[in-house]
Write a protein that binds this ligand. Structure first.
Ligand code: GTP
Ligand code: MG
Length: 304
């Protein structure tokens, strides 16, 4: 039997897989001919799952080469090979960015992508693994953000550092770092307010938070962008802007359970050259998973 977390992953990717498989079945039914039309239909199918045109062209070109060289007998054989090709396309660095110790992580992104939830899930998972976590409540803007994070901190049983609503978020970073050092922590997770990548004032504020965090931290500071998979290709535009403003170290891709376009992971890994550090496949505390290219490709295409 598949482990529970893999079931959650395949469950989370159900929409993408069903849509992909529906299309692929149409291809399979058309018969064994690997003609020009087959390859072009396959390209269309993968593009529709949001994998991105450039990545899809590469994947399909490689499959076509394989089919010629190794005489893949039929469409079914090609689809079996597809999993390997997708995995190869999304394979980035093997090391887990969050394994570094001690470490400060600034969590950023546009509104509602799942930043606060991700901070909560990470705090729980990593403190369960023995990390000494302190959370910083850097969203001093949105009503109820502080309470929302406090609930997660309680759930994860880790301390949270906060200031009253309307405070300077950079000063929350400052307080959090001092508190983490005093408590001999080894992982600081700092939540930030959601903001549009197109808002110069809010991006400047975030740059200041980042600057202060870097200046005040004795530990390495990494910036994680939380991206909502349901935003599709626009997520790539957001990521480029945040990267330009801050220099991103990795991506957390959330809400993969809520979209038929999970192929966006392929576009991210390929086009941004940034590691996907974790993926969100639901709202529960357990629904944050490591991103393993082979498992992900398998869950996406076959679900077995
Ligand atoms: N289905 C699903 N929902 C998620 C996932 N991650 C977060 N959510 C939900 O998305 C909504 C927004 O999550 P938040 O964590 O508040 O998002 P945020 O980025 O902090 O939002 P702002 O602080 O307002 O910018 C909540 O209802 C979460 O439960 C996920 O992986 N899957
Ligand atoms: Mg939030």
């Amino acid at each position: 039997m598949a482990p529970v977390w893999y079931e959650r992953l395949t469950e989370g990717l159900t929409r993408t897989r069903e849509s992909l498989q529906g299309q692929l079945n149409v291809l399979l039914r058309k018969g064994p001919d690997l003609d020009v039309e087959f390859w072009s239909d396959l390209e269309d199918t993968l593009v529709a799952a949001d994998m991105g045109a450039a990545a899809v062209t590469e994947i399909v070109d490689r499959l076509r080469d394989d089919a010629t060289r190794e005489a893949l007998p039929d469409a079914q054989a090609v689809l079996d090979r597809l999993v390997h090709e997708i995995a190869a396309e999304i394979r980035t660095s093997k090391a887990d960015l969050l394994a570094e110790k001690p470490l400060v992580v600034l969590v950023v992104g546009i509104n509602g992508t799942g930043k606060t939830t991700t901070v909560g899930k990470l705090a729980k998972a990593l403190s369960d693994e023995g990390r000494r976590v302190v959370i910083g409540s850097g969203d001093t803007f949105r009503a109820a953000a502080i309470e929302q994070l406090r609930i997660w901190a309680t759930r994860a049983n880790v301390p949270v550092v906060e200031r009253e609503r309307g405070s300077d978020p950079a000063s929350v970073s400052f307080d959090t770092l001092r508190s983490a050092e005093a408590q001999d922590a080894d992982l600081v997770l700092i939540d930030t307010a959601g903001r549009l990548h197109t808002s110069p004032d809010l991006m400047a504020e975030l740059q200041k938070v980042h600057r202060v965090t870097q200046r005040e931290s004795r530990w390495p500071v990494r910036v994680l962008l939380v991206m909502d998979a349901t935003t599709g290709q626009n997520g790539l535009v957001q990521a480029r802007e945040f990267d330009r403003a801050l220099g991103l170290d990795g991506i957390v891709l959330t809400k993969l359970d809520g979209t038929a376009k999970g192929g966006i992971a392929v576009a991210i890994a390929r086009d941004l050259g940034l590691p996907i550090v974790r993926i969100g496949v639901g709202e529960d505390v357990d629904d944050l998973r490591p991103f393993d290219p082979d498992e992900f490709a398998r869950a996406l295409v076959t679900g077995a």
